[in-house]
Design a binder for this molecule. Structure first.
Ligand code: NAI
Length: 308
């Protein structure tokens, strides 16, 4: 399994590190536009191999896409992250140009690649990848819901005062502060609905903390987070590499599912060797349906900026 990670910044390097440590890929190629940067990150990471005991070869290149040829999976993290007080949507102007030029190079050298989009605004960047490449929809995955769900579980465990491994829950819809939809109704603690333990106010608080999870970290760090984003991407890459058929909420091309078309939005999908192997349509209640539609409408508005 050959994996390319474009953008050797905070998220790209963290993602490469987790992939290497998990030892399922033969090679990771890190690409960056900054002269020597990816080479330096790759060398530093390779020098952890004798300490961490992995065999994955990590190579860094400055904008040389010929070295990415034959990649099975490519992760796009290139672009600018938000600063405190910014929304993800404000990044569109800069990141759309970067993502478009990057994905064209990737597909040129790896026509069979499965693309995982991380750059923000992620749902719109995923849609842009579909428009720019017309790759089959199973080979386009936007990473947001896997991270948001991890943040949701963190907040649930905190409210429940229980171990994180006892809770399960999922966040669907847009990867944005206002558009994401933590499904509290379906969240459980060891199979028991969390509403058995938490009152409405506490659940509303968990929902709100989850939605602003990225913004909270951006305020603390001065830039956006990288450990959990890197771990979430590596879990998706591993599901593909090891054909795990694991379910994650991912931003995918919708063609009628959840009543939406001509959009990429977060819904539960089965991820395996072929990328998105199945979109899982869960029954939403009326309130959830309304929120999902609202979220889709907001993403459509941002998508319009791609043409301006
Ligand atoms: P960063 O600034 O640390 O790294 C970005 C890297 O991209 C830099 O090293 C830069 O030189 C490189 N780059 C810029 N233009 C390039 C090009 N044309 N070709 C190759 N490399 C290029 O930023 P960070 O923190 O790693 O974030 C990256 C992106 O991921 C941001 O857009 C951020 O908002 C997004 N993000 C998305 C998450 C998600 O859940 N989808 C979570 C966290 C961040």
């Amino acid at each position: 399994m050959k994996v390319t990670v474009v953008g050797a910044g905070a998220v790209g390097a963290s993602c490469a590190e987790y992939i290497a440590i998990k030892n399922f890929a033969s090679e990771v190629v890190l690409v960056d536009i900054k002269e020597g940067f990816a080479e330096g990150k790759a060398m530093d990471l390779m020098q952890t191999a004798p300490l961490n005991g992995f065999d994955t070869r990590i190579v860094g290149v400055t904008n040389d896409y010929s070295k990415t040829a034959g990649s099975d999976v490519a992760v796009i993290t290139s672009g600018i992250p938000r600063k405190p007080g910014m929304t993800r949507e404000e990044l569109i102007g800069t990141n759309a140009n970067i993502v478009k030029s990057v994905v064209e190079q990737l597909v040129k050298y790896s026509p069979n690649v499965i693309v995982i989009v991380v750059s923000n605004p992620m749902d719109t960047m995923t849609y842009l990848v579909r428009k720019a490449t017309n790759l089959p929809k199973n080979r386009i995955i936007g990473m947001g819901g896997a991270l948001d769900s991890a943040r949701f579980k963190y907040r649930l465990a905190e409210a429940l005062e229980c171990p994180l491994s006892d809770v399960d829950g999922m966040v669907i819809a847009a990867h944005s502060d206002t558009g994401m939809l933590p499904l509290t109704r379906l969240a459980t603690r060891n199979g028991v609905p969390v509403s058995e333990f938490l009152c409405e106010d506490k659940l509303a608080n968990v929902t709100q903390e989850t939605k602003v999870g990225g913004a909270t970290l951006t305020k603390l760090l001065g830039t956006s987070a990288w450990y959990a984003p890197g771990a979430a991407v590596s879990a998706l890459v591993q599901a593909i590499a090891c054909d795990q058929k694991k379910m994650f909420p991912c931003s995918v091309v919708l063609e009628g599912e959840y009543g939406q078309s001509d959009i990429c939005l977060g819904v539960p999908v089965i991820v395996g060797r072929n990328g998105v192997e199945k979109i899982v349509e869960i029954k939403l209640n009326d309130a959830e349906k309304a929120k999902f539609q609202e979220s889709a409408a907001a993403v459509r508005e941002v998508n319009k900026d791609l043409n301006s």
